[in-house]
Every structure is written in structure tokens, then in C-alpha cells.
Design a binder for this molecule. Sequence first.
Ligand code: GRF
Length: 203
Amino acid sequence: MRPLRLGILGSGKGSNFLALARAIQAGVVPAEVVCVASDQSQAGILELARGMGLRIFVCRSGSFQTKLEPEIEEELAEELSRAGAELVVLAGYMRVVKAPLLRSFGGRIINIHPSLLPAFPGLKAWEQALRAGVKETGCTVHWVNEVVDGGSTIRQLKMPVQPGDTAESLHARIQTAEHRLLPEVVRDLASGKIAWERDPRRI
Ligand code: GRF
């Protein structure tokens, strides 16, 4: 089977992207990264992608912080299509996905989130979990729709909140779990073990 073609979107340091790229390189995930895009020209994820010789794309940042203007998001969707992305992976992409991306890639976009959704959507989910005093938290990979962190769950990893956990220690443990979960989900989507919302190989 030919490798699944991935478009990656990220705004931050890119540790999830790195975990995925390493799993691909190790032959564990039958996929290839065809484009790494960011809304932040200084993002660490772009440095990582450059270092791997990958195609990168930087969007104009526009006048909003939480979303891209429609025409900018359209350019991003066009770039991902040109690169041949079949699955779009949000790996720390800090803007709300809107109609232009959903029109082109709806049912083919996944996101990784640092809580057991539907609990604690939105920012700093590990802090929300600590404040709520839950005994268990974790991370979720889910399909992306127009609702922030609201699409259906694909898979989760759970972990206990330990006595004495700080925001930092809990976040670090969740990130370690994310680095396992995301490559596993991409591997299982690539092999057909997980059902797609909209399978690119049947479009
Ligand atoms: C991750 O914790 C992910 O759950 C959230 O954004 C963070 C990205 O971290 N959506 P990194 O850039 O992959 O290190």
C-alpha cells in the first residue's frame, strides 16, 4: 500500500509533529509528510520541518488571533491540496478551523488535544483538569469540525492525576502520552484499521 500523504498544521514547538515524523522514519507509520504549514513564521515546528528538508508553508497571520481570515485559510487549503495532502493533522494548531479548510478537507482533519474530551475543551486543558480536581485525565485524537475540540473522538489515552501534580508535571506527562497516541492513530488510519469520516482513497 502506498504511504498516506499528510499535511501538518502547527503553531508551536512541534513535539507532536516530531514524534510522528520519527515514527514514519522508523517505518512504524506508513505515511509521508507532504507539507508542514504554520500561521507563526517563527514556530519551532517550521524549524524542525526545514531541518528534515520538508516542504513548508507560512500563512499570512491576518488581523485575528483565533482564526484565519477566509481568504488566508483558502490559500492554506489550496497549498495543502497542491501538496497532495490526504489527511490533515493539527499538531498544536492554535486557530479555529473554518469553512475553507472544512470544504476541502472535512472528514479528513484530525486534532490532538490534551484532555479526555468532551471534558476540558479549549486552552490549557491540563490546568482546567487540575482546577476541577479530577482523578484522571489524558489526551484525545478526534475528527475536526466547526466546533472547537468538538468533533467525534477517535481514540484516547488515560492517565491518573497524581497527588502533588503541578500544571507543569501534568502537562509533561500528557505530552509524552500524546507522542504515543498521535502516531498510533495515523498508523491505524493509514492501514484502514480506524474508519475514516471521509476516506481520501474513496473520493
Ligand atoms: C499539544 O499539547 C496538543 O495537545 C495541543 O497543542 C500542543 C502542541 O504541542 N493541541 P507541540 O507543538 O506538538 O509540542
